[in-house]
Write a protein that binds this ligand. Structure first.
Ligand SMILES: [Fe+2]
Ligand SMILES: [Fe+2]
Length: 325
């Protein structure tokens, strides 16, 4: 190619180059450029622990849930096997169904957070949390399949988890997921474990089918809360005053939904000998403790949260009565 044709070709190539660069940078907006240098050693250490402590339900399935129901052929025989009454078994299945849906929600939100993390080690840790939550879903599938079935989803929990999954800001999503939801899970699981042993006096094999799998989950959830407490100070510190104000309002809405999620099972909890207000106080106290650890002024105080309890109690009661009609 010579003369004017060559010049025209070169000019055309030059004019296409910026277009091509523009197209490539628009299409290639994924986060592949995270620094390989560790930014936060505590997060890197937590990632190491998460890898070390992975476990497979299949290795424990026969210990937890005897194959073929261990020859249990009727509901009465199952109650006997577990060492509980029929009423307690069904109430537990209704509460555990909320745990099951909560774990599904946690799996979805932690998958979103994996793509929002600002550092390589935080993104890798979050990927382990996604796997943990998938395993927790599997555990509750196992427990519920063994003791009863999956019951329909609690509407407050559905709204709570859906709103956290809709939230766009990383700090807000972390507060909702790794402080509030994980905090609720930890307090609920600990209360259930204590109750299985001392309140309900379930049989040894009944505890093996329900208590032991939950004990395994508690270890994972403690790691998830720890991640929130380690990473939130930087996230919260980067928020503007108006973003902090928005986060406070959002927490109040989430607290109301968390309250409704727990109170929705008031009757089931009473049958199991649990006090839903004690559980809520436990969640709120732990939340405040963690907030202090994060050094954040973007979070709601326990005092403020507790002052809202009577109003929320009335609202949830009204909703549940309307639902029952
Ligand atoms: Fe979980
Ligand atoms: Fe979790």
């Amino acid at each position: 190619m010579r003369g004017p044709r060559r010049w025209a070709y070169v000019a055309m190539r030059r004019s296409l180059e910026p277009v091509l660069n523009g197209v490539l940078s628009a299409l290639g907006d994924a986060r592949f450029n995270l620094d390989v240098e560790v930014q936060n050693r505590k997060v890197a250490r937590l990632y190491g622990m998460a890898k070390r402590d992975q476990w497979n339900l299949d290795d424990l399935r026969e210990r937890f849930f005897p194959p073929n129901h261990d020859g249990i052929e009727s509901v009465e025989a199952l109650n006997d096997w577990l060492g509980v009454s029929d009423e307690v078994r069904v109430a537990a299945a209704k509460c555990f169904s909320s745990f099951y849906y909560g774990e599904h929600g946690a799996r979805m939100v932690s998958a979103q957070l994996t793509n929002m993390m600002p550092t390589n080690e935080a993104a890798k840790f979050m990927a382990t949390q996604v796997m943990d939550e998938a395993r927790h879903v599997e555990v509750f599938e196992g427990i519920l399949g063994f003791i009863d079935r999956v019951h329909p989803m609690n509407p407050f929990l559905s709204a709570f988890m859906s709103d956290i999954s809709r939230t766009k800001r990383t700090a807000d999503k972390l507060v909702g997921m790794n402080l509030l939801v994980e905090g609720l899970a930890l307090s609920s699981f600990r209360m259930i474990l204590k109750n299985l042993k001392s309140g309900l006096n379930v049989s040894e094999r009944g505890y093996r089918a329900i208590g032991e799998p939950i004990e395994q989950i508690v270890r994972d959830e403690s790691r998830h809360v720890g991640f929130g407490v380690i990473t939130l100070p930087d996230q919260l510190g980067a928020l503007s005053r108006s973003e902090k104000a928005q986060l406070r309002v959002r927490q109040l809405v989430w607290l109301a939904l968390l309250y409704g999620s727990v109170k929705f099972h008031q009757r089931d909890q009473e049958i199991m000998g649990l006090d839903y207000l004690e559980l809520l106080m436990d969640v709120i106290d732990d939340h405040e403790h963690r907030v202090h650890e994060c050094g954040g002024d973007a979070l709601v105080t326990t005092e403020r949260m507790k002052s809202l309890i009577p109003t929320m109690d009335r609202l949830v009661d009204r909703f549940l009565k309307a639902e029952a009609r």
